[in-house]
Design a protein around this ligand. Structure first.
Ligand code: TRP
Length: 450
């Protein structure tokens, strides 16, 4: 079996292009919407500490592993795991594709709300009653329509190829995203009553450091936020040709991702507290972002008209650069596995996912359950399998691939130790804690609960 040649698969033009795309995949709605919310729930700074530990001990070594498999195989994850691991690993490849489809199906619905908010913010037509507005935007025909538009956008980028589509889109959107983020964070410091927001976000609650809930929340959040467990970053690394130190690249991506999530919280909470909107956060899981924040912006008058535009445009960029990495996993599988032309593969996959996302566009409970099952549970399963594949099945090969850019034997041993022992233990414990909520989510999915 020969891997398709680089000419037909495509590759990154520059190292910065690859890094920016990987950061673009990681930085997404998860950073803006869930991180701050979970931190405030999970003991503030205590959550941040647990989160950082998980990222360092599990996230970075696993991301390094995904990078290694991708660059080593030079083909789509769905095929790579089978070729490297043997036929018994075929189901893992299918799991990756299943997760890509399952996550994008609902991710695109939330991205659709974001797009609607961005457009209405530009037109200054977000009403003052943001609760009612969100209810109208978030489920029903409107949600379906914007989900469709967002999927078309994502499909167009992915159809454009690695250099002309993915790399170019990230090269334009990511710097703008950083600029807006920093601008908004500085602006947030000028809010007269924002101080208690910082305190609420980060006040440490040491009692929570050792709680199962916080560990589970931090693990789930880190996998989703770092785009781990379903071959997204593996796919991106399969377009790499160079000798980069893959562990350092993983560290860079993880730190950037954390940085953005952390700074986003420094925007969200001061705004919410400045206007005393905390009670509105609980109205839905995404209440902070889509209900409380725009209500705060609304009270700012003319300044608010600019600030809300900046915020939702930033969110839209974050969503789009993540969505293209999800679609790319599916498209790469079709291009490498079924020998389809990239454009046809993008259209076929984009179309199928648009249809499969419709139930989530009409029912936010379904959306939440899909997120719990695929976006949390299955990602951890995928990450655990990846750790076994790399740590036990192909370790010598993987180590040699890592050595191309990292000649420090001690660091490579440390990496292998984390992948073989630390990551599996942590992930199995987390899977245990997730069993019950996952079961409830699956029941909710099959009954289409409301
Ligand atoms: N990381 C993105 C976010 O935080 C979402 C995402 C993109 C993702 N690609 C992924 C999550 C792959 C899991 C797997 O919003």
């Amino acid at each position: 079996m020969t891997a398709p040649s680089g000419a037909t698969r495509g590759s990154w033009a520059t190292r910065a292009g690859f890094l920016l795309a990987a950061v673009g995949s990681a930085v997404g709605l998860g950073n803006m919407w869930r991180f701050a919310y979970k931190a405030s729930e999970g003991g503030g700074a205590a959550f941040v500490v647990v989160y950082l530990l998980i990222v360092a001990l599990v996230g970075v070594p696993l991301m390094t592993s995904e990078f290694i498999v991708g660059r080593l195989a030079q083909e789509s994850p769905a095929r790579a795991v089978r070729r490297l691991g043997g036929p018994a690993w075929t189901p893992l490849g299918w799991l990756f594709v299943f997760c890509g489809v399952g996550i994008l199906a609902y991710y695109s619905v939330i991205a659709g709300w974001t797009m609607r908010y961005a457009i209405d913010a530009i037109r200054n037509s977000i009403p003052s009653d943001t609760g009612a507005y969100f209810a109208e935007v978030s489920q029903g025909p409107d949600a379906a329509l914007y989900h469709l538009v967002f999927m078309v956008l994502t499909t167009v980028v992915v159809a454009g190829g690695v250099k002309g589509g993915l790399e170019r889109a990230n090269l334009i959107m990511m710097p703008l995203l950083f600029l807006i983020l920093v601008g908004l964070a500085i602006w947030a410091t000028t809010l007269p009553n924002g101080g208690s927001g910082y305190a609420y976000y980060l006040r440490p609650d040491p009692a929570k450091i050792f709680s199962a809930d916080v560990l589970t929340a931090a693990a789930g959040q880190s996998f989703f936020s770092l785009s781990l467990g379903m071959g997204a970053l593996m796919t991106y690394a399969s377009y790499l040709k160079s000798q980069e130190n893959l562990a350092r690249e993983a560290l860079t991506v993880a730190l950037s991702d954390f940085g953005v999530a952390f700074v986003a919280g420094l925007i969200v909470f001061p705004v919410i507290f400045n206007f005393g909107l905390l009670d509105r956060v609980g109205e839905s899981t995404v209440g902070a972002l889509f209900i409380a924040l725009p209500a705060g912006f609304d009270q700012l008058g003319r300044t608010g008209d600019y600030v809300d535009t900046a915020f939702f445009v930033m969110l839209l960029f974050a969503a789009l650069t993540s969505a293209i990495s999800l679609l790319e996993v599916v498209v790469a599988a079709l291009v490498d596995g079924a020998r389809m032309r990239r454009r046809d593969a993008a259209i076929a996959a984009g179309f199928a996912i648009t249809i499969l996302g419709l139930p989530a566009a009409f029912n936010t409970t379904f959306l939440g359950n899909l997120d719990a099952f695929v976006g949390q549970f299955l990602l951890i399963v995928g990450g655990l399998c990846t750790a076994f594949l790399v740590g036990y099945r192909i370790l010598p090969q993987a180590d040699a691939e890592l050595a191309r850019g990292l000649d420090n034997v001690g660091l490579r041993r440390f990496w292998a130790w984390l992948v073989r022992y630390v990551a599996p233990v942590v992930l199995i414990v987390v899977l245990g804690f997730l069993a019950k909520p996952t079961w409830q989510a699956v029941v909710g999915l099959v009954t289409y609960a409301r």
